[in-house]
Design a protein around this ligand. Structure first.
Ligand code: FUB
Length: 311
């Protein structure tokens, strides 16, 4: 993937350089990458696709039973810290539902909060997906899942943002993008969920990710208008909007992976887009792999479109 000159020099200085290559995880499938900078490392919290033949109930669909955490100091060499949360050890998750979809993780007061969607045992909680939390003292775990999911959340793909004033927000999707304030405990909603306003009215199915830069709140999301998902963004001056639809971060895949799902981080002065594609499974787009490319901004704060690279 593309590194700008400064970050390439930084990597050269701090490491013996290795070739940066997409996809970044090659010994297993990985998708829906939520990347976070904790200390001097990037931690990656992706979904974990498994091959369809390993699960006959999910032959042509997503099949996801657990989560691994990875870390890297140079975005090239990744350490797999192993499984941190698995479906049949989460008290509220329907056993063998293979629905451990896109997660996120954030640090607050020295604790790491790992948010993940899945289908609950109790269908009165939500008929489809809801979102739960597991907590650890270190980003690589061990994580302990809460007994119950977060009350009041119906949907998938949690994303958490903590604003400069300490207020935390939870974002998720269910046909629209929803958001609510989180309490200081990071486990309960502190406001009624709202549908974020002034976004596309159709084709917003999943994967919201909010970040802030220079006072601009960027709400980024996959949007499907044609065949596959395109990464787009809207900007606002408040974490709950309203937002103004502003542009495209990455065009839809010409080779047909239906989903794309991403996160955006700044690491060692360079911004990066983490996203996925079915590089290692060209015939089956529910077995995906995480990629990284550099991301940059124009002087007015708009995002320059990212052209995916393989190497
Ligand atoms: O990985 C399963 C689902 O596919 C995610 O939750 C969505 O964002 C899409 O990538």
């Amino acid at each position: 993937f593309k590194l700008n000159k400064l970050s390439a020099i930084a990597i050269l200085l701090t490491n013996s350089i290795a070739m940066a290559q997409n996809p970044i995880i090659r010994d297993q499938y990985s998708a829906d990458p939520s990347a976070r900078v904790f200390g001097n490392k990037v931690y990656l919290f992706p979904s974990h696709d498994i091959p369809p033949y390993t699960n006959k109930n999910h032959e042509n669909w997503f099949s996801m039973e657990d989560y691994h955490v990875f870390s890297s100091e140079n975005l090239t060499d990744w350490t797999d810290h192993g499984i941190v949360v698995t479906q049949n050890k989460v008290p509220w998750v329907k056993p063998d539902s293979f629905s451990m979809w896109a997660p996120d993780c954030i640090e607050r007061n020295g604790k790491y909060y790992f948010y993940f969607p899945s289908t609950p045992k109790d269908s009165t909680v939500a008929r489809g997906f809801t979102v739960g939390v597991a907590i650890a003292d270190k980003p690589e775990g061990p994580y302990k899942a809460q007994e119950k999911p977060i009350a009041g959340v119906k949907g998938i793909d949690p994303n958490v943002f903590i604003d400069k004033n300490g207020q935390a927000y939870l974002y998720w999707s269910q046909g629209n993008i929803y958001a609510a304030k989180l309490k200081e405990n990071m486990l309960d909603l502190d406001s009624e969920p709202v549908i974020l306003a002034d976004l596309p009215t159709k084709g917003l199915k999943e994967g919201p990710y909010l970040f802030e830069r220079n006072g601009i709140y960027y709400l980024t999301y996959p949007h499907v208008e044609n065949k596959t998902e395109r990464l787009e963004y809207a900007v606002g001056d408040n974490p709950l909007g309203p937002f103004t639809v502003t542009g495209v971060i990455m065009d839809e895949s010409p080779t047909g992976c239906w989903t794309n799902h991403h996160s955006v981080i700044q690491f060692k002065k360079q911004w990066y887009l983490f996203y996925h594609h079915n590089d290692l499974s060209p015939e089956f787009d529910k077995n995906r792999s995480v990629r990284i490319d550099s991301l940059s901004f124009n002087t007015d704060g708009t995002i320059k479109k990212v052209i995916p690279t393989l190497r």
